[in-house]
Design a protein around this ligand. Sequence first.
Ligand code: ADP
Length: 155
Amino acid sequence: YTGKDSNQLIKEEVSRKIVKDYKAPPIIIKESSSVYDAICTLFLEDVGTLFVVNGKGHLAGVVSRKDLLRAALGKQNLEDMPVSIIMTRMPNIITCTPEDSLLDAAKKLIDYQIDSLPVVRLAQESGKTAYEVMGRVTKTTITRGFVELGNEINV
Ligand code: ADP
């Protein structure tokens, strides 16, 4: 191969990595959950970010380790504090779809300086646009894709 051809091949290999094939299951809690319950779920599920859903099961927000640490620094009772008051909420959530490339998802993690993206599908909620959560893409997901890519490319 000439230089250009092998660059083309590498680009194709990278573009073939799709979110759908790498996504992990989402860890989801309800909007009405307490901050205390969110912290327990974080430890039990061994994740860094939880996705919060409303009564219809649609994406309402995201709560991260630092969101929970910040809440825990306060004097309030964590069992009485709903997670909905500390989460980052819609429409400010950065998402990806199952069809997106892993590269585009990785770019979002870098551009927005976040650790994880909910993988979503469009849904309807009383005529308005809403998101159903299908999975999660995290820095671990991207690292796994990167390692596979390195193992696939044979010189
Ligand atoms: P941590 O704060 O635990 O290091 P992140 O860097 O992922 O984790 O989160 C930084 C901030 O961005 C938090 O306030 C969190 O709620 C928010 N956040 C995390 N993921 C997303 C996302 N996909 N879209 C929008 N905001 C997010």
